[in-house]
Design a protein around this ligand. Structure first.
Ligand code: AMP
Length: 291
């Protein structure tokens, strides 16, 4: 599996404390989660401020960094967010594209035959560029997105989504996309919007679980139990869910026609992976148990 999206530094405030410059981004969480289940490479572009020890951490977790680009003189993508008292609701305080404003993501030649690609949230134009680099032998593509892209680049998002095999979003984002406030209904509405083009639509709803919508089927996967320390930081839970779902589906040979049993099992494994992410700040919870 190839994981792409953003990689950068996050400033996170939770009810338990605040941390600055924590490594994160949709590609980083997606890759760490995917690597729990199937050989995974990361294709992402960062600036020179991205900490080398975090790159080493990805490597230790078994992630192939052949698609990792570090641009001299540039700053990494940076995001800051704060969580409410419920530990889950979040406001974005700032998003700086930095290096991603001018630089794209490169997929190494050797990865062209990959079986699956996780298009983690980033500018949909960049997601489209990644997909094009696979050429004719396009892998099974799962697209994830965030509110910012639905609001600012909807036409571009729908253009790249139309070339994907599955889409995922969190409940709030899916509501913005479809106008359906309830997560299960939004999953069905998204599938209808895709005109049956997407094998799976996954709508993540935090502690309330996640929905899987497919041809004639709608399934709710409850959230997995938190480990002893409880909910520490949910940043990246959605990206981890997406990366784990696709990584598990790849490992289970569930990418072809049908594959409903495999998709349900992948939902279970994804929920469990997302719960691990919530158990530590940034990628700590996920890295502890990457393999
Ligand atoms: P999640 O908690 O799963 O929604 O993902 C949070 C991660 O997404 C953080 O590590 C951020 O760096 C990254 N992120 C935040 N906003 C965006 C955005 N607009 N596009 C792509 N990635 C983002």
């Amino acid at each position: 599996m190839v994981a792409t999206g953003t990689a950068g530094l996050d400033d996170i405030r939770t009810r338990g404390g605040a941390r600055e410059g924590v490594a994160g981004g949709s590609a980083v969480y997606g890759a760490l989660a995917g690597a729990r289940f199937t050989p995974t490479g990361i294709a992402a572009t960062v600036g020179e401020d991205f900490p080398p020890e975090e790159e080493a951490g990805l490597r230790r977790a078994g992630v192939d960094l052949a698609g990792w680009r570090k641009v001299a003189g540039a700053r990494s993508f940076r995001w800051s967010g704060a969580y409410g008292e419920d530990g889950e609701s979040r406001v974005t305080l700032g998003t700086e594209l930095n290096v991603l404003a001018s630089e794209g993501v490169r997929v190494p030649e050797a990865w062209r035959g990959a079986r699956s690609v996780f298009l983690g949230a980033m500018d949909p134009v960049r997601q489209g560029e990644v997909l094009r680099q696979f050429g004719e032998e396009k892998p099974f593509a799962l697209l994830d997105t965030m509110g910012m892209w639905i609001r600012e680049k909807r036409a571009e998002l729908e253009e790249v989504a139309a070339r994907c095999d599955a889409v995922t979003a969190n409940a709030e984002e899916a509501a913005e996309w479809t106008g359906e406030a309830e997560a299960g209904r939004a999953a069905e509405a998204l599938r209808r919007m895709g005109g049956g083009r997407w094998r799976w639509v996954v709508v993540k709803d935090g502690g309330r679980g996640a929905w899987l919508a497919g041809e004639g089927t709608l399934w709710r996967e409850p959230a997995a139990a938190q480990r002893a320390g409880g909910l520490v930081d949910p940043t990246g839970a959605g990206d981890s869910f997406g990366g784990a779902f696709l990584g598990a589906l790849t490992a289970l040979n569930g990418l072809g026609e049908g594959g409903e049993a495999e998709a349900r099992l992948a939902m279970r494994l994804a929920a469990e992976t997302a719960a691990r992410t919530c158990g530590g700040f940034g990628t700590e919870g996920l890295k502890e148990t990457a393999r």
